[in-house]
Design a protein around this ligand. Structure first.
Ligand code: ADP
Length: 476
């Protein structure tokens, strides 16, 4: 990340620097080059006037004009050529082409009155080609009697451009170095908090005891990561705590029937002459404890299975009225034993997409509890209703009720309000936590209202369409 940041910062800094350097180089060259051409043009115009006035082209040799031409040719490190109307070279300060006829595009255009100023790539010289005019102030009015060609070397301009580029390169290198240092410092500062944080996370991950403080650093984003990590560690801690509690509860619950079996069997073994009735009684008790142990193991397996297969629901369209009626029919003998009346009230026929097996477990547990924790001769009322999104099942009893402060706890694993009573009725304290898991798997909710001594109402709300609910949940 640091390398990336340095690269990005360098690019951000270097690109404008490079562009600026190119612009400055071009402007410098243009200014120097144009100045030279303007100067040559001015001088050329002056010399052309002198030549025209002196009659130099008409063989009226003038020492002063010749000296002027020579001097300026030397100054521009080039040459000056004069052509007459027939494009014959009357004067060439370099002496190379005197007497020759020069037929090329530029002098021909100049004879037509067109001035030309350009840079000749072949010779590497700046050239000014202009007409020599007599008899008028303006070129267009007078008569063109010849052409003057000024060829000037640009070597000094090129040299000065090179020197300028050299200085610019030095300045740019210095600025690039400064930029690199700034980029390193800034990137270092930005990544320091992250590096510190990752170091602390590693330390904490190795030995987290819930007390370590993680320094959040100075950047807002780093602070957010720190907070998220803290929350994650808190969750891990909570999960670990609940796992430990669960293991200790399971051990305790499984040990209780085993201890009872051990005590019963020991007393049978240690007693030399045990009467057959006592044998029978003790063996019956031992059998009861084994049943209890088996029930706890079965409930634990259902719970683990619900945890493991969360997401693996076998969703089908089920008639909830039929489902509830079947469960109630199955549990009716249990209620009848204690003279408890069972009533089913359905406000409408409900078809819903649910996992039949898991939902049967939910309603069986709740209705069985309503019978188990009821008074003799009491009543259990089950009602079913629905709106356009959910169906609601209410299980109401006239039993012992649950104290308010314990109502939220009854869904915890192994939680029992009255241990002795629950044990009497064969309860394991796992039924409601299995129920809650299954309801949550259906994206539903369960709540309890209860008044001790009056009764309890468990209300379950389940979406009618599981698929739609999952899609909505995914979109949210
Ligand atoms: P158990 O196997 O002990 O019935 P549950 O998880 O089903 O375990 O219930 C947990 C505890 O909640 C029970 O031990 C009981 O104290 C209380 N409880 C559950 N349902 C009712 C009810 N309908 N009326 C009163 N108490 C209830």
């Amino acid at each position: 990340m640091r390398v990336h940041l340095v690269c990005i910062l360098l690019i951000i800094g270097l690109v404008p620097l490079y562009v600026g350097m190119q612009v400055m180089k071009n402007r410098h060259w243009k200014m120097a080059y144009e100045n030279r051409l303007n100067e040559m043009e001015e001088q050329g115009a002056g010399l052309a006037d002198k030549v025209a006035q002196s009659g130099y082209l008409q063989q009226q040799f003038q020492q002063e004009v010749a000296a002027g031409l020579q001097a300026y040719a030397e100054l521009i490190s080039g040459r000056i050529v004069l052509l007459n109307q027939g494009l014959v070279v009357v004067k060439d300060t370099s002496g190379r082409q005197e007497g020759k006829t020069m037929i090329s595009r530029e002098p021909i255009y100049a004879m037509k009155g067109e001035k030309q100023i350009y840079y000749n790539d072949e010779t590497g010289m700046a050239e000014v080609v202009m007409p020599i005019v007599v008899g008028a102030h303006a070129e267009s009015d007078g008569q063109i009697i010849g052409v003057i060609i000024l060829e000037g070397s640009l070597s000094d301009v090129i040299e000065s451009q090179k020197a300028f580029q050299g200085s610019i390169a030095i300045v740019c290198s210095c600025m690039a170095m400064i930029l690199l240092v700034i980029a390193l410092v800034v990137a270092g500062g930005m990544t320091k908090s992250l590096r510190t944080l990752s170091g602390r996370i590693e330390e904490v991950t190795e030995s987290y005891d819930g007390t370590q403080v993680i320094d959040s650093g100075s950047y807002y984003e780093v602070e957010q990561i720190t907070d998220a990590f803290k929350r994650l560690m808190e969750r891990v801690e909570a999960t670990e705590k609940s796992r430990q509690e669960f293991v200790s509860n399971v051990s305790h619950e499984l040990k209780t029937p085993l201890t009872a079996i051990k005590v019963l069997s020991d007393s049978l073994i240690l007693e030399p002459d045990v009467p057959i009735e006592m044998y029978r009684e003790f063996i019956t008790d031992i059998n009861g404890e084994i049943d209890r142990e088996a029930k706890i193991v079965n409930d634990l397996l259902s719970l683990v299975k619900l945890d493991k297969t969360s997401g693996e629901l076998h969703i089908e369209e089920i008639n909830i009225n039929n489902l509830l009626e079947t469960i109630m029919k199955r549990l009716k003998p249990l209620a009848l034993k204690r003279g408890i009346e069972m009533v089913f009230e359905s406000y409408r026929s409900v078809l819903a997409e649910v996992d039949e097996v898991k939902l049967s477990l939910v309603f069986s547990n709740l209705i069985e509890n309503a019978i188990k924790y009821n008074r003799d001769g009491g009543k259990v009322m089950v009602s079913l209703n629905a709106d356009h999104r959910f169906f609601y099942v209410k299980i109401e009893d006239t039993g012992i009720g649950i104290p308010e402060e314990e109502q939220a706890l009854v869904f915890d694993r192994f939680y029992r309000v009255d241990k002795a009573r629950s044990r009497e009725t064969g309860g394991t304290g796992l039924g409601l936590s299995i129920t809650k898991s299954a309801v949550q798997m259906h994206r539903g909710s369960i709540k309890v209202q209860s008044i001790p001594g009056v009764g309890s109402i468990f209300t379950v709300r389940i979406p009618l369409s599981f698929v739609m609910t999952v899609q909505e949940g995914g979109r949210r």
